[in-house]
Ligand binder design. Structure first.
Ligand code: PSU
Ligand code: MN
Length: 338
Protein backbone atom coordinates (compact mmCIF):
# COMPACT_ATOMS: atom_id res chain seq x y z
CA UNK A 1 0.00 0.00 0.00
CA UNK A 2 1.17 3.52 -0.66
CA UNK A 3 0.76 6.72 1.29
CA UNK A 4 -2.04 9.17 0.68
CA UNK A 5 -1.51 11.98 -1.83
CA UNK A 6 -1.10 15.31 -0.07
CA UNK A 7 -4.48 16.57 -1.29
CA UNK A 8 -6.43 13.74 0.38
CA UNK A 9 -8.37 14.89 3.46
CA UNK A 10 -6.68 13.84 6.69
CA UNK A 11 -9.88 12.36 8.12
CA UNK A 12 -12.69 10.67 6.24
CA UNK A 13 -16.12 11.19 7.74
CA UNK A 14 -18.97 9.14 6.27
CA UNK A 15 -21.88 11.01 4.72
CA UNK A 16 -24.26 9.50 7.23
CA UNK A 17 -22.22 10.62 10.23
CA UNK A 18 -21.50 14.07 8.80
CA UNK A 19 -25.22 14.67 8.14
CA UNK A 20 -26.28 13.50 11.58
CA UNK A 21 -23.66 15.71 13.24
CA UNK A 22 -24.69 18.69 11.13
CA UNK A 23 -28.37 18.11 12.00
CA UNK A 24 -27.64 17.67 15.70
CA UNK A 25 -29.02 14.13 15.67
CA UNK A 26 -27.61 11.53 18.11
CA UNK A 27 -24.37 9.83 17.07
CA UNK A 28 -22.22 7.42 19.09
CA UNK A 29 -18.59 6.68 18.27
CA UNK A 30 -17.29 3.11 18.61
CA UNK A 31 -13.62 2.12 18.70
CA UNK A 32 -12.02 -0.54 16.54
CA UNK A 33 -9.28 -1.97 18.79
CA UNK A 34 -12.05 -3.87 20.53
CA UNK A 35 -12.64 -5.91 17.35
CA UNK A 36 -9.12 -5.84 15.89
CA UNK A 37 -7.23 -6.75 19.07
CA UNK A 38 -9.62 -7.27 21.97
CA UNK A 39 -11.95 -10.05 20.82
CA UNK A 40 -11.23 -13.33 19.01
CA UNK A 41 -12.54 -14.17 15.54
CA UNK A 42 -15.23 -14.68 14.45
CA UNK A 43 -16.93 -13.16 17.48
CA UNK A 44 -15.13 -9.85 16.94
CA UNK A 45 -17.01 -9.06 13.74
CA UNK A 46 -20.36 -10.16 15.14
CA UNK A 47 -19.89 -7.90 18.17
CA UNK A 48 -18.81 -4.92 16.06
CA UNK A 49 -21.81 -5.20 13.76
CA UNK A 50 -24.22 -5.91 16.61
CA UNK A 51 -23.15 -2.70 18.34
CA UNK A 52 -23.99 -0.73 15.20
CA UNK A 53 -27.39 -2.44 14.89
CA UNK A 54 -28.12 -1.83 18.55
CA UNK A 55 -27.57 1.90 18.05
CA UNK A 56 -29.59 2.09 14.85
CA UNK A 57 -32.49 0.33 16.56
CA UNK A 58 -32.38 3.08 19.19
CA UNK A 59 -32.47 5.80 16.54
CA UNK A 60 -28.77 6.61 16.93
CA UNK A 61 -26.22 6.82 14.11
CA UNK A 62 -23.17 4.62 14.81
CA UNK A 63 -19.72 5.97 13.94
CA UNK A 64 -17.25 3.11 14.07
CA UNK A 65 -13.77 4.61 13.92
CA UNK A 66 -10.55 3.07 12.64
CA UNK A 67 -7.81 3.43 10.05
CA UNK A 68 -8.49 1.87 6.66
CA UNK A 69 -5.56 1.77 4.22
CA UNK A 70 -4.02 4.77 5.93
CA UNK A 71 -7.25 6.79 6.10
CA UNK A 72 -8.46 7.64 9.61
CA UNK A 73 -12.17 7.07 9.15
CA UNK A 74 -15.17 8.14 11.23
CA UNK A 75 -18.05 5.92 10.15
CA UNK A 76 -16.38 2.84 8.68
CA UNK A 77 -18.61 0.95 6.25
CA UNK A 78 -19.73 -2.61 6.99
CA UNK A 79 -17.28 -3.78 4.31
CA UNK A 80 -14.43 -1.87 5.93
CA UNK A 81 -15.26 -3.20 9.39
CA UNK A 82 -15.43 -6.71 7.96
CA UNK A 83 -12.04 -6.27 6.32
CA UNK A 84 -10.35 -4.87 9.43
CA UNK A 85 -11.85 -7.62 11.59
CA UNK A 86 -10.38 -10.25 9.28
CA UNK A 87 -6.91 -8.75 8.77
CA UNK A 88 -3.96 -10.39 10.48
CA UNK A 89 -1.30 -8.36 12.21
CA UNK A 90 -2.84 -4.96 11.73
CA UNK A 91 -1.65 -2.14 13.95
CA UNK A 92 -3.05 -1.13 17.32
CA UNK A 93 -3.20 2.61 16.75
CA UNK A 94 -2.98 5.03 19.62
CA UNK A 95 -2.68 8.74 18.96
CA UNK A 96 1.10 8.64 18.56
CA UNK A 97 0.71 6.01 15.84
CA UNK A 98 -1.91 7.85 13.80
CA UNK A 99 0.41 9.89 11.56
CA UNK A 100 2.61 6.87 10.99
CA UNK A 101 -0.11 4.48 9.83
CA UNK A 102 -1.67 7.31 7.81
CA UNK A 103 1.55 8.04 5.98
CA UNK A 104 2.36 4.37 5.43
CA UNK A 105 -1.14 3.51 4.23
CA UNK A 106 -1.72 0.79 6.82
CA UNK A 107 -4.85 -0.64 8.40
CA UNK A 108 -5.26 -0.10 12.13
CA UNK A 109 -7.60 -0.55 15.06
CA UNK A 110 -7.87 2.70 17.01
CA UNK A 111 -7.57 2.72 20.80
CA UNK A 112 -9.71 4.87 23.06
CA UNK A 113 -7.16 7.69 22.70
CA UNK A 114 -7.09 7.71 18.90
CA UNK A 115 -10.84 7.08 18.64
CA UNK A 116 -11.68 9.94 21.02
CA UNK A 117 -9.44 12.28 19.05
CA UNK A 118 -11.04 11.37 15.72
CA UNK A 119 -14.58 11.45 17.14
CA UNK A 120 -14.02 14.93 18.48
CA UNK A 121 -12.58 16.13 15.18
CA UNK A 122 -15.73 14.88 13.48
CA UNK A 123 -18.01 16.58 16.00
CA UNK A 124 -19.16 13.30 17.57
CA UNK A 125 -19.67 13.88 21.29
CA UNK A 126 -20.40 10.46 22.78
CA UNK A 127 -18.22 7.37 22.59
CA UNK A 128 -18.97 3.89 23.95
CA UNK A 129 -16.23 1.38 24.64
CA UNK A 130 -15.53 -1.61 26.87
CA UNK A 131 -12.66 -0.75 29.20
CA UNK A 132 -10.32 2.23 29.27
CA UNK A 133 -6.55 2.12 29.37
CA UNK A 134 -4.91 3.36 32.56
CA UNK A 135 -1.96 2.83 34.84
CA UNK A 136 -0.31 -0.58 34.70
CA UNK A 137 1.01 -2.20 37.86
CA UNK A 138 4.67 -1.32 38.30
CA UNK A 139 4.21 1.89 36.31
CA UNK A 140 6.32 3.79 38.84
CA UNK A 141 9.28 1.92 37.34
CA UNK A 142 8.08 0.93 33.86
CA UNK A 143 6.26 4.22 33.11
CA UNK A 144 3.60 2.08 31.40
CA UNK A 145 0.44 4.12 31.56
CA UNK A 146 -2.00 4.41 28.72
CA UNK A 147 -2.10 7.49 26.51
CA UNK A 148 -5.88 7.14 26.87
CA UNK A 149 -5.61 9.15 30.07
CA UNK A 150 -3.59 12.12 28.82
CA UNK A 151 -5.56 12.21 25.59
CA UNK A 152 -8.88 12.26 27.45
CA UNK A 153 -7.55 15.14 29.54
CA UNK A 154 -7.47 17.24 26.37
CA UNK A 155 -10.43 15.86 24.43
CA UNK A 156 -13.93 17.01 25.42
CA UNK A 157 -15.92 13.93 24.49
CA UNK A 158 -17.95 11.65 26.78
CA UNK A 159 -16.75 8.09 27.15
CA UNK A 160 -18.94 5.30 28.49
CA UNK A 161 -16.94 2.37 29.83
CA UNK A 162 -17.20 -0.31 32.50
CA UNK A 163 -14.17 1.16 34.21
CA UNK A 164 -10.61 0.52 33.21
CA UNK A 165 -9.22 -2.82 32.09
CA UNK A 166 -9.20 -5.10 35.13
CA UNK A 167 -5.52 -5.93 34.59
CA UNK A 168 -4.61 -2.37 35.62
CA UNK A 169 -3.74 -0.64 38.87
CA UNK A 170 -7.19 0.86 39.39
CA UNK A 171 -6.30 2.92 42.46
CA UNK A 172 -3.40 4.58 40.65
CA UNK A 173 -5.53 5.12 37.55
CA UNK A 174 -8.24 6.91 39.54
CA UNK A 175 -5.55 9.11 41.10
CA UNK A 176 -4.30 10.01 37.64
CA UNK A 177 -7.82 10.86 36.46
CA UNK A 178 -8.08 13.19 39.43
CA UNK A 179 -4.75 14.84 38.62
CA UNK A 180 -5.77 15.25 34.99
CA UNK A 181 -9.10 16.90 35.96
CA UNK A 182 -11.10 14.13 34.32
CA UNK A 183 -14.46 13.60 36.04
CA UNK A 184 -15.36 9.96 36.66
CA UNK A 185 -19.07 9.49 37.24
CA UNK A 186 -20.80 6.25 38.09
CA UNK A 187 -24.03 5.36 36.38
CA UNK A 188 -26.38 4.79 39.31
CA UNK A 189 -23.45 3.86 41.56
CA UNK A 190 -20.47 5.35 43.38
CA UNK A 191 -18.65 2.01 43.34
CA UNK A 192 -16.17 2.13 40.49
CA UNK A 193 -16.82 -0.87 38.23
CA UNK A 194 -14.06 -3.42 37.64
CA UNK A 195 -14.87 -4.29 34.02
CA UNK A 196 -15.44 -8.05 34.53
CA UNK A 197 -16.96 -7.37 37.95
CA UNK A 198 -19.61 -4.88 39.01
CA UNK A 199 -17.54 -3.36 41.81
CA UNK A 200 -13.76 -2.92 41.70
CA UNK A 201 -13.69 -2.10 45.41
CA UNK A 202 -12.86 1.56 44.74
CA UNK A 203 -15.24 4.40 45.55
CA UNK A 204 -15.81 7.35 43.26
CA UNK A 205 -17.31 10.70 44.20
CA UNK A 206 -20.35 11.09 41.99
CA UNK A 207 -23.15 9.17 40.39
CA UNK A 208 -25.81 10.18 37.88
CA UNK A 209 -29.19 8.47 37.91
CA UNK A 210 -30.26 8.92 34.30
CA UNK A 211 -29.04 9.65 30.79
CA UNK A 212 -30.59 13.11 31.12
CA UNK A 213 -28.48 13.78 34.21
CA UNK A 214 -25.36 12.62 32.38
CA UNK A 215 -26.25 14.96 29.51
CA UNK A 216 -26.63 17.83 31.97
CA UNK A 217 -23.10 17.20 33.27
CA UNK A 218 -21.75 17.18 29.70
CA UNK A 219 -23.63 20.36 28.92
CA UNK A 220 -22.17 22.01 32.05
CA UNK A 221 -18.68 20.93 31.02
CA UNK A 222 -19.25 22.51 27.60
CA UNK A 223 -20.66 25.75 29.04
CA UNK A 224 -17.56 26.00 31.21
CA UNK A 225 -15.50 25.43 28.09
CA UNK A 226 -13.49 22.74 29.89
CA UNK A 227 -11.22 20.69 27.64
CA UNK A 228 -11.43 17.27 29.24
CA UNK A 229 -13.58 14.21 28.67
CA UNK A 230 -16.40 13.18 30.97
CA UNK A 231 -16.12 9.51 31.91
CA UNK A 232 -19.32 7.61 32.64
CA UNK A 233 -18.61 4.35 34.46
CA UNK A 234 -21.33 1.81 33.75
CA UNK A 235 -21.07 -1.45 35.72
CA UNK A 236 -21.96 -4.85 34.33
CA UNK A 237 -25.16 -6.39 35.67
CA UNK A 238 -24.14 -8.27 38.86
CA UNK A 239 -25.93 -11.39 37.61
CA UNK A 240 -23.63 -11.42 34.57
CA UNK A 241 -20.25 -10.56 36.12
CA UNK A 242 -17.36 -13.00 36.59
CA UNK A 243 -17.41 -14.45 40.12
CA UNK A 244 -15.56 -11.68 42.04
CA UNK A 245 -13.87 -14.21 44.33
CA UNK A 246 -12.22 -15.81 41.28
CA UNK A 247 -10.90 -12.61 39.74
CA UNK A 248 -7.70 -12.25 41.78
CA UNK A 249 -6.58 -15.76 40.87
CA UNK A 250 -7.43 -15.29 37.21
CA UNK A 251 -5.45 -12.04 37.04
CA UNK A 252 -2.49 -13.45 38.97
CA UNK A 253 -2.15 -16.37 36.56
CA UNK A 254 -2.37 -14.06 33.54
CA UNK A 255 0.32 -11.71 34.88
CA UNK A 256 2.60 -14.59 35.79
CA UNK A 257 2.37 -15.96 32.26
CA UNK A 258 3.00 -12.55 30.67
CA UNK A 259 6.06 -12.09 32.86
CA UNK A 260 7.34 -15.56 32.04
CA UNK A 261 7.06 -14.77 28.33
CA UNK A 262 8.43 -11.24 28.61
CA UNK A 263 5.27 -9.63 27.19
CA UNK A 264 5.28 -5.87 27.82
CA UNK A 265 4.09 -2.54 26.40
CA UNK A 266 1.06 -2.35 24.16
CA UNK A 267 1.21 -6.10 23.51
CA UNK A 268 0.30 -6.83 27.11
CA UNK A 269 -3.45 -6.14 26.94
CA UNK A 270 -4.18 -8.46 23.99
CA UNK A 271 -2.01 -11.16 25.60
CA UNK A 272 -3.59 -10.87 29.05
CA UNK A 273 -7.15 -10.79 27.72
CA UNK A 274 -6.51 -13.85 25.60
CA UNK A 275 -5.03 -15.66 28.60
CA UNK A 276 -7.97 -14.71 30.80
CA UNK A 277 -10.37 -15.95 28.17
CA UNK A 278 -8.72 -19.36 27.94
CA UNK A 279 -8.35 -19.56 31.71
CA UNK A 280 -12.08 -18.92 32.24
CA UNK A 281 -13.18 -21.30 29.50
CA UNK A 282 -14.59 -18.39 27.50
CA UNK A 283 -16.67 -16.90 30.33
CA UNK A 284 -14.64 -13.68 30.33
CA UNK A 285 -15.46 -13.25 26.66
CA UNK A 286 -19.18 -13.43 27.39
CA UNK A 287 -18.79 -10.85 30.16
CA UNK A 288 -16.74 -8.64 27.84
CA UNK A 289 -19.50 -8.75 25.22
CA UNK A 290 -22.17 -8.06 27.85
CA UNK A 291 -20.20 -5.11 29.22
CA UNK A 292 -19.89 -3.65 25.75
CA UNK A 293 -23.59 -4.07 25.00
CA UNK A 294 -24.46 -2.22 28.19
CA UNK A 295 -22.11 0.63 27.32
CA UNK A 296 -23.41 0.90 23.77
CA UNK A 297 -26.97 1.03 25.10
CA UNK A 298 -26.16 3.75 27.64
CA UNK A 299 -24.08 5.70 25.10
CA UNK A 300 -27.09 5.73 22.80
CA UNK A 301 -29.35 6.99 25.58
CA UNK A 302 -26.91 9.74 26.53
CA UNK A 303 -26.50 10.79 22.89
CA UNK A 304 -30.28 11.04 22.56
CA UNK A 305 -30.51 13.09 25.77
CA UNK A 306 -27.70 15.39 24.58
CA UNK A 307 -29.34 15.90 21.21
CA UNK A 308 -32.55 16.86 23.01
CA UNK A 309 -30.64 19.60 24.84
CA UNK A 310 -29.60 21.05 21.50
CA UNK A 311 -26.44 23.07 20.93
CA UNK A 312 -23.22 21.12 20.71
CA UNK A 313 -21.95 19.73 17.46
CA UNK A 314 -23.52 20.82 14.23
CA UNK A 315 -24.51 24.27 15.36
CA UNK A 316 -23.20 27.09 17.44
CA UNK A 317 -23.50 26.27 21.10
CA UNK A 318 -24.49 28.58 23.91
CA UNK A 319 -20.95 29.76 24.48
CA UNK A 320 -20.93 30.92 20.87
CA UNK A 321 -18.16 28.55 19.87
CA UNK A 322 -18.64 26.78 16.60
CA UNK A 323 -19.47 23.20 17.38
CA UNK A 324 -17.26 20.29 16.51
CA UNK A 325 -14.50 22.53 17.83
CA UNK A 326 -11.14 21.47 16.50
CA UNK A 327 -12.60 20.62 13.12
CA UNK A 328 -10.35 22.03 10.47
CA UNK A 329 -13.11 23.61 8.42
CA UNK A 330 -15.84 23.99 11.03
CA UNK A 331 -18.43 22.93 8.47
CA UNK A 332 -20.54 19.84 8.14
CA UNK A 333 -18.78 18.56 5.07
CA UNK A 334 -18.13 14.87 4.74
CA UNK A 335 -14.43 15.36 5.32
CA UNK A 336 -12.36 17.40 7.70
CA UNK A 337 -8.75 18.39 7.94
CA UNK A 338 -6.33 18.54 5.07
N1 PSU B 1 -10.19 -2.86 26.94
C1 PSU B 1 -10.29 -4.15 26.60
N2 PSU B 1 -9.59 -4.58 25.51
C2 PSU B 1 -8.81 -3.73 24.78
C3 PSU B 1 -8.73 -2.37 25.15
C4 PSU B 1 -9.44 -2.00 26.24
O1 PSU B 1 -10.98 -4.92 27.26
O2 PSU B 1 -8.18 -4.17 23.80
C5 PSU B 1 -7.90 -1.42 24.34
C6 PSU B 1 -8.62 -0.06 24.19
O3 PSU B 1 -8.59 0.27 22.81
C7 PSU B 1 -7.74 0.87 24.98
C8 PSU B 1 -6.39 0.25 24.81
O4 PSU B 1 -7.79 2.19 24.51
O5 PSU B 1 -6.67 -1.13 24.98
C9 PSU B 1 -5.35 0.77 25.77
O6 PSU B 1 -4.14 0.19 25.45
P1 PSU B 1 -2.76 0.73 26.08
O7 PSU B 1 -2.83 0.39 27.54
O8 PSU B 1 -1.69 0.00 25.34
O9 PSU B 1 -2.78 2.22 25.84
MN1 MN C 1 0.98 1.03 27.51
Amino acid sequence: MTGQPASTPAIQISEEVARAVADGRPVVALESTIFTHGLPRPRNLAVALEAEQQLRAAGVVPATIGVHAGVPTVGLSTEQITELAATDGLDKVSLRDLPVVAALGRHGGTTVAATAFLAHRAGVRVFSTGGLGGVHFGAAESFDESADMTTLAATPVTVISAGVKSILDIRATLERFETLNIPVIGYRTTKYPGFYVTDSGHEINFAVQSAAEAAAVIDARDRLDLPQAVLIANPVDPAKQLPPEELDGILARAWAEAERRGITGNASTPFLLDHIQRDTGGRSLEVNVEVYRGNVRLGGEIAVALAALGGGAGGVDRAGRSAGAGRADGSAAATAGA
